[in-house]
Design a protein around this ligand. Structure first.
Ligand code: HEM
Length: 409
C-alpha cells in the first residue's frame, strides 16, 4: 500500500500533474479501475450486487459473512481509489439499508479496518466522498468513444437505478465542463506574476465561458434524474454521521478506535472546482458558510486540496484588477463573478426542485408514491444537505456573497 501524495509548495510554473490534475479530465480520475486484484473478490462481489442486496434487506448479513481482508496488498493510486469507492459504497448501503430509523451505529471490523487503512493511505476520510461517487466512479462503454452521457456508465451503484446513474454522470459532466476553467485559473495566476495582461484577459474569458458551460451541464439533471427517486431513495445513501440526528454520536469503526467518529456525507460541495474559482476571484463567504465550505476541503484528495491552498496564497487577482484601473480587465473579471453567481442560482433552482418541492410532494402523497422501492424519506434531511448544512440559508448566502465579489466601476 502506498502513502498519501505530498502537499508541499509547488514551484512555478504550476504543473497540472503536481496536483493530480489531468489535462483532459481535470479532477476526474483518468481511466478508473473497475476490478480489484483477485484476493479482493469478496468485496467486489458484494459491491457489484449492492442495489439488489439493499432492496432485499440482505446486505447486512452478506457483509457479516465477508472475510477480514488487509488493505496491505493494494498497489498504486487507482487500486486504492477503487478500494475506497467500493468500501464507501458498502458502508453507506450497510448503514442505511433499513432507512433512517433503522440506522446502525457500528461498522463491523471486516469493513471498518481495511476502509480505515485505505483512507489513511489516500488522505481521505472513511466515508463516501465526491471523489468516490463521481471522480472515480465512471467508465467509458466504448473505450475509444467520447466522454458523453450515452457512452458513460458508473462502476459501483446503490438503489436509485437510472436516476442514480444520471445524478452521478451529470455531476461528472459538470466536472468535465469545468476543465478549461481550472486551466484558466492556473494561467491567470501565472499571467499576474508575469504581468502578462493579454494572457490574463484571455484566461478570464475562458473561465467565464467554462462556468457558463457548467451551468448548461448542470441543467441536464432535469433530463436524467427523477426528483421523487432522488429525494426518497437516493439521498439517504449519501448521508453522513455528523450533525445527523439519526446517528447523533457518529459511527463506531469497530477495531479502529474506541469512540464513534463523525463525518459529513457526500456532496458536490466537496468538488474542488468552485473552491478554486472562489479563491481566484477573491470571493469571501460569511463566517458560517465559509466555515462549512472550508470543512468540505478535508474531503478532497490532498493534491486537489493543495491546489485550492496554492490559489489562495497566490497574489490577489482582485487587487491586481483594482490597481490596473483597466475597464476591459474589470469587465472580464466581473463576467467571471456573474457567471459564478448564475451557476449558484441555477444550483439553488435544482436543489429547490429535488429537495424542497420533492419533500412537499412526498408529504402530500405519502403512501403509494412509488411502490415498495420508495423508502420513507429521511426526515433528518428535510432541511439539511447530505453534507449536514442548513440548505437554503447556506446556498443563498454563498450565492449572495459571490455577487458581492463584483468590482464596482
Ligand atoms: C440533484 C442535484 C443536486 C442537489 C439536490 C444538490 C444539493 C446540494 C445541497 C443540499 C448542498 C448543500 C451542502 C450540503 O449539505 O451538502 C449543495 C452544495 C453544493 N453543491 Fe449541490 N446538489 C446537486 C447537484 C450539484 C452538482 C451537479 C454540482 C456541481 C458539481 C453541485 C455543486 C455544489 C456545490 C459547489 C455546493 C457548495 C455550495 C456552493 O459552493 O455554492 N451540486 N448541493
Amino acid at each position: 500500500m502506498e502513502a498519501a501524495g505530498g502537499t508541499e509548495e509547488t514551484p512555478l510554473p504550476l504543473a497540472l500533474s503536481s496536483f493530480q490534475l489531468s489535462e483532459e479530465l481535470g479532477f476526474l480520475l483518468p481511466d478508473p479501475l473497475a476490478e480489484l486484484p483477485a484476493p479482493y473478490g469478496p468485496w467486489m462481489e458484494v459491491a457489484r450486487d449492492l442495489p439488489q442486496l439493499v432492496a432485499s434487506h440482505r446486505l447486512r448479513s452478506r457483509v457479516h459473512q465477508m472475510p477480514q481482508l488487509s488493505a496491505q496488498h493494494l498497489r498504486g493510486h487507482r487500486e486504492l481509489r477503487l478500494a475506497h469507492l467500493v468500501l464507501s459504497f458498502i458502508t453507506m448501503g450497510y448503514l442505511w439499508q433499513e432507512g433512517e430509523e433503522g440506522a446502525v451505529e457500528v461498522l463491523p471490523q471486516n469493513v471498518a479496518v481495511p476502509f480505515w487503512e485505505v483512507s489513511q493511505a489516500l488522505g481521505l476520510p472513511p466515508i463516501l466522498t465526491h471523489a468516490d461517487l463521481v471522480l472515480a466512479n465512471w467508465r467509458r462503454k466504448n473505450p475509444n468513444g467520447p466522454l458523453e452521457m450515452e457512452n458513460l456508465d458508473t462502476i459501483i451503484s446503490l438503489p436509485g437505478g437510472e436516476s442514480l446513474r444520471g445524478f452521478i454522470l451529470v455531476t461528472l459532466l459538470v466536472e468535465k465542463a469545468a476543465v478549461p476553467g481550472i486551466k484558466a485559473v492556473i494561467q491567470a495566476i501565472q499571467a499576474i506574476l508575469q504581468l502578462d495582461e493579454e494572457t490574463l484577459h484571455r484566461a478570464l474569458r475562458e473561465l467565464a465561458e467554462a462556468i457558463g458551460d457548467m451551468s448548461t451541464a448542470l441543467g441536464r439533471m432535469h433530463d436524467y434524474v427523477d426528483p421523487a427517486v432522488f429525494y426518497s431513495v437516493i439521498r439517504i445513501f449519501l448521508s453522513g454521521w455528523k450533525d445527523n440526528p439519526a446517528l447523533p454520536a457518529g459511527l463506531l469503526y469497530q477495531g479502529v478506535c474506541e469512540e464513534p467518529l463523525a463525518f459529513s456525507g457526500g456532496s458536490a460541495a466537496q468538488s474542488t472546482v468552485l473552491h478554486a474559482f472562489d479563491e481566484l476571484l477573491g470571493i469571501r463567504h460569511g463566517p458560517q458558510s465559509g466555515a462549512f465550505l472550508r470543512g468540505m476541503r478535508d474531503y478532497m484528495p490532498p493534491p486537489h486540496r493543495a491546489l485550492v491552498e496554492r490559489v489562495r496564497r497566490a497574489p490577489s487577482l482582485r487587487q491586481h484588477v483594482l490597481s490596473r484601473g483597466d475597464t476591459r480587465l474589470r469587465a472580464a473579471f466581473n463576467r467571471c463573478v456573474a457567471a459564478l453567481a448564475d451557476f449558484r442560482s441555477h444550483h439553488i433552482a435544482i436543489v429547490t426542485k429535488y429537495i424542497a418541492v420533492a419533500a412537499a410532494k412526498a408529504k402530500a402523497e405519502p403512501a403509494d408514491r412509488g411502490g415498495p422501492s420508495m423508502g420513507k424519506p429521511p426526515s433528518a434531511l428535510e432541511a439539511k444537505g447530505t453534507g449536514g448544512s442548513h440548505i437554503f440559508s447556506f446556498l443563498k448566502s454563498v450565492r449572495d456573497s459571490t455577487r458581492d465579489g463584483m468590482i464596482q466601476a
